[in-house]
Every structure is written in C-alpha cells, then in structure tokens.
Design a protein around this ligand. Structure first.
Ligand code: C2E
Ligand code: CA
Ligand code: CA
Length: 556
C-alpha cells in the first residue's frame, strides 16, 4: 500500500552503515525508507509497521538475529507473511535456502546497477499486491473459504489435471439457520458459520479438495469419493456443539460425479439431495439418485413448457367453497381459487408439483397474474349471468410481495373485469412475513389501505413472533392444515387450535380452518370457535361449472 505521502514503505535491514546509505541513496526518491541495523530491531520494526510495509530488504548476516532466522518468523505470522522479502547476500547457497524459506527474490552483493535493484524491488511489490487483490475476491470475508466463483473455477482446474479421479460433489446446509439467527442474533449466527467452515477445512485438510461457502449457510466441498459420510457429519456436528446450541447439518451428496456435466449442475444436484432431507431429524446424509434425476428432468420439462402452456391456456382455476359455521347450518360464504395444470401428455398436474418450481425460476408472477385475472373474470361472469355474488380468494407467492406494482396490478384487474374489491380476497402465506418483515408488512398495509381483504394463509407454519402478530395488517387467520392433522391424530389434542383461536380473538379477526375432512373435525372446530371451514368434508376444489351447482344449492 501507499502511504499518505504517495510512497510505499520499505525496510532496509542491514548491519553495515555504508550499505544502508547506498541503498537509501538509490531508493529514497521513490520509497519511504526505514532502517534496522540488527535482526532484533528489524523484527520490532516489522511488527510495528506490518500494516504499512510494502517490502523488506533483508541482509542474511546480521547480529542478534540472522536473516535466515528472521525469515520463518515473518512468514509464519499471518499478519506479516504477505510482505515480500528480498534477501541481500553474497553467498549463492544461502540464496537458494532463503528462496525456499519464503523470500521472493535476492539481490547479490556487491550490489549490481541501481536500475537492476529498482526493477527487482518494484516487480516483487507488484506481484505481492496482485496476489492480495486475488485473495480478497477469492475468499469469503466471513469464513476465509473460497467464494463460489473461484470454487467452481478451481474445481474445473482440478478436473483438468485429474480427469480420472473419482470425485464427489457435496452440499452442506444448516437446518433452520434463520431460526438460529433470530434466536441468538447475527453475531452468534456468524460464529456458527465460522465454526462450521473451520470444521470442514480440518476434516478435508488431508486430501486434494476444495471447500467454499456458497451463500448464507450453504457450504460446498469437491473431494475424493467416499462411501459413507455419516460419521463425518456427526463429527462436525459434535464439534459445533460447544457453541451452546444444537446444530443440525444436512449433507447432500452427488457421488462419483459425471464430469461431462457442468460443475454448477453437479452441485445443484448435491443441493437437491440435501433438500430432500429437510426437516428429517434422524437422517443427515442424502444421496442424489435415479429417482431424483427423474424428478429433475420432469421439473426441467415443466419449466421449459411453461410459456407454451400459458399461451394455450392449459392452466385452469378450480374453486373450493368455504363455509361460515357460526349458525345452525353451514352457509357458503366464499371460495378459494386453486390452480391446476391440464398438460396434454401428462394429464392433470397439481400445484404442489409446479408452484415451488415456478417460484424458484421467477415464472410464478406471470402464472399468478393469469390466475388472478381468470378468477376475477369468473367472479364477474357469475355476478352477471347468475346474479350470485361470492368473494373468492386468490393465492399470492412470497416473491410477489416485493413487486412495487402489485397494488396497481390488482387495481387494474378489478377495474378491467368489472368486479369490486370486496369480491376478491388475497391469501398471503405466513412464511412470507417472516424475512424482510418490514418490507412485506408495508406492502400488505398498502394492499389493505386500497381496500383489499387479506387472509394470512398457513398460520402457524412460519415463525412469526407474537410481537409481530399484534402489528400485522390482516383481516383473517387461516390455520395451517398441520394443526388440524395433529389435533385429530391419535392424541386428540386440540389445545394448539384453542391458542390460535385466542390469538385471532385478540386480533379481532375470524379463524378459517382448512383441510377439514370429517364430521368429527367439523363439529369439534365449530365448538372451539372457528368461524369458517374449508375442506373435503364439504367439497374438494372443483372446476367452475361444478362450483355453479354448489353456488345454486347454497341459494336454496
Ligand atoms: P394452500 O393455499 O394452503 O391451499 C390448500 C391446499 O389444501 C390445496 O391444495 C387444497 O386442494 C388442499 N385441501 C383443501 N381441502 C383439503 C382437505 O380437506 N384435505 C386435504 N388433504 N387437502 C385439502 P392444492 O390445490 O394442491 O394447492 C397446494 C398449494 O399450492 C396451495 O396451498 C398454494 O400454496 C399453492 N397454490 C395453489 N394455487 C395457487 C395459485 O394460483 N397461486 C399460487 N401462488 N399458489 C397456489
Ligand atoms: Ca391458500
Ligand atoms: Ca393454506
């Protein structure tokens, strides 16, 4: 680095006065020179100036500490090892020894022409500074591991030189890392990531392999093939246990990689394998296999065919009625619009298969706008043809909450289809509120201020804090289906549902229970105080023409 004077600082460590003066004369114009006349003084000056020193000119024969004794000390200290050292010597054998100990170059005594000395110095400084820039971008600032770009590059380079080595692509993920971050704070989260990085480096240190942090809590390793990683993962988790909390790692393995496949795709496969065991508390390691490959190809097909499917109107909206159960007889009060894909070759595909894919690929916005519009047009049609007015809720995906034009889009849909804002409800999943809460809550408020009715979907599946809930801008709480499943399993325990109903009462909003399949469930939920019930007990989601029949029945 340059000093504020614009010059770079050089230490001349040389016990002979005349030699120091000589070097100073040659270099004074261009460099800021500091001097040491023995090894100990040199070592002290190096420590004091470790942040500003650009180069050390080191005489090998000095009193107190010789140059050869000093060299390893400088090179072993992480703070000083990056400073280039040029050795000054008249002994050819020592030249080699000092280069082996980390010197970047040497200048023979008696000194050559000043130009030669200057050129060697500036070349060494330049090389060291370039090296520093590379290290800054190839390393992740938090963990010191490779960044993803360099990791992939090193992986490819490795393959080039070892084309026949049997390699595995590994992807490590921390289960529910965001929860750890929220519970213990970012500083602790960072500490956990550093610890994992450190464990990975030490576990894989004895072999040719590369480790990197991909993003957040995802780590990648490219290493020689192993038959079983379970013990290794357990060992890493055990080392992390000293951090005062249990950490569960998931490892996805794409074993014996096909090297014809792009390196990024190899790690995408490892990630797919890791995701397969998300929330599975007893299994740590999962391997990419035929079944996952088939699924990957199927997913690729769906994504590829999306534009054509949208153009050909292969997506259809189904409607599932919701009943108000407060009175003696359930009354149809609204419905939910749920998309289905009628694929010409595959047949009907349920949204669970393609919505998550489209969310990842950014296609969801196009599909949803189409669904919202189709739903609005359907509502308008029923109003006009049958004179029946029933509000229908549509689903919104998390990513859509970041769209600054979202309110405009709904305003336009309402206006162009000729319905009112009371005819279309918006279901926003609870997990959307969890990260970037301020931004999402702001967007929801905006929608509400414009007169839209907001239902919080899948309530209880996310991790919203009670604190946050009291400030949420919502008009209804929709219980996550898991509550219903758990409440009516063999334990028959409805206490969690009661708690959620209390929360809803406190917020002054109705509770919707979905996934209700039996009369027993219906009666119990009604008794507990649920306002609205949706589920197979009343009806599955049905196409528009069947829904008309349900609507007409409701009229009678
Ligand atoms: P969701 O919003 O939580 O919708 C409820 C899901 O539960 C629907 O699944 C529905 O058919 C199903 N269901 C309703 N009653 C019962 C029941 O009694 N028992 C059981 N076992 N299931 C019941 P579906 O239609 O497969 O949709 C799955 C998810 O896909 C939806 O979950 C929603 O998150 C998403 N989705 C569906 N349509 C759209 C859409 O147009 N846009 C977006 N962004 N997401 C959608
Ligand atoms: Ca929903
Ligand atoms: Ca739901």
């Amino acid at each position: 680095m340059r000093l504020s004077s614009g010059k770079r600082r050089i230490l001349v460590a040389e016990d002979e006065y005349i030699n120091r003066e000589l070097l100073k004369n040659i270099l004074d114009d261009e460099y800021d020179i500091i001097e040491a006349e023995d090894g100990e003084t040199a070592y002290e000056l190096i420590s004091q100036n470790r942040k500003t020193l650009s180069l050390i000119l080191l005489d090998l024969n000095m009193p107190k500490l010789t140059g050869l004794e000093l060299l390893p000390r400088i090179k072993e200290d992480p703070d000083t090892k990056g400073i280039p050292i040029i050795v000054l010597t008249s002994d050819q054998e020592s030249e080699v020894e000092s280069l082996n100990k980390g010197a970047s170059d040497f200048i023979p005594k008696p000194y050559p022409q000043p130009d030669v000395i200057k050129a060697r110095i500036s070349r060494s400084i330049e090389l060291a500074e370039d090296r520093q820039i590379i290290t800054a971008t190839e390393r992740d600032a938090l963990t010191g591991l490779y960044t993803r770009e360099y990791f992939y590059r090193y992986g490819e380079q490795f393959d080039k030189y070892h084309p026949s080595t049997d390699m595995d692509a590994l992807c490590f993920d921390v289960d529910h890392f965001h929860v750890l971050n929220e519970r213990f704070g970012m500083a602790k989260g960072d500490e956990i990531l550093k610890k994992i990085a450190c464990c990975l480096t030490s576990v894989f240190s004895d072999q040719d392999c590369v480790v990197c942090r991909k993003i957040a809590d995802t780590f990648l390793v490219y290493c020689h093939h192993h038959d079983d990683y379970t013990e290794m993962v357990e060992k890493i988790m055990a080392s992390c246990s000293e951090l005062a909390t249990t950490i569960k790692l998931r490892l996805g393995v794409y074993a014996s990689c096909d090297k014809k496949i792009d390196i990024q795709v190899r790690f995408a496969r490892a990630k797919i394998a890791a995701d397969k065991i998300r929330n599975n508390y007893s299994v740590y390691v999962s391997t990419y296999d035929e079944e996952l490959l088939e699924k990957e190809l199927f997913n690729e097909q769906l994504v590829d065919e999306f534009p054509k499917a949208l153009e050909e109107r292969q997506f259809k909206v189904f409607f599932q009625p919701k009943y108000d159960v407060r009175g003696d007889k359930p009354v149809l009060s609204s419905a939910e619009a749920l998309v289905r894909w009628f694929h010409p070759a595959i047949g009907m595909i349920s949204p669970g298969k393609f919505i998550p894919l489209f969310e990842e690929d950014g296609l969801i916005a196009q599909l949803d706008e189409y669904i919202w519009r189709s739903t609005a047009e359907q509502i308008a049609d029923w109003k006009k043809r049958l004179g029946i007015s029933v509000p229908v809720s549509v689903n919104l995906s998390r990513a859509e909450m970041y769209d600054p034009n979202l309110v405009d889009t709904f305003e336009r849909i309402v206006e162009e289809s000729g319905i009112t804002k009371k005819d279309i409800y918006l279901e926003i999943t609870e997990s959307a509120y969890v990260s970037d809460a301020d931004q999402i809550v702001g967007r929801v408020k905006e929608l509400r201020d414009h007169g839209f009715f907001i239902e919080m979907d899948d309530f209880g599946s996310g991790y919203s804090s009670l604190n946050m809930i009291s400030e949420l801008p919502i008009d209804a709480l929709k219980l996550d289906m898991k509550f219903i499943r758990n409440a009516f399993d063999k334990h028959n325990d409805t206490r969690m549902i009661s708690i959620v109903i209390d929360i809803a009462e406190y917020l002054g909003v109705p509770v919707i229970a979905e996934g209700v399949e039996t009369e027993e469930q219906y009666l119990a939920l009604k008794k507990l105080g649920c306002t609205i019930i949706q589920g197979y007990y009343f009806s599955k989601p049905v196409p528009a023409d069947e829904f008309i029949k349900i609507l007409k029945e409701g009229e009678n």
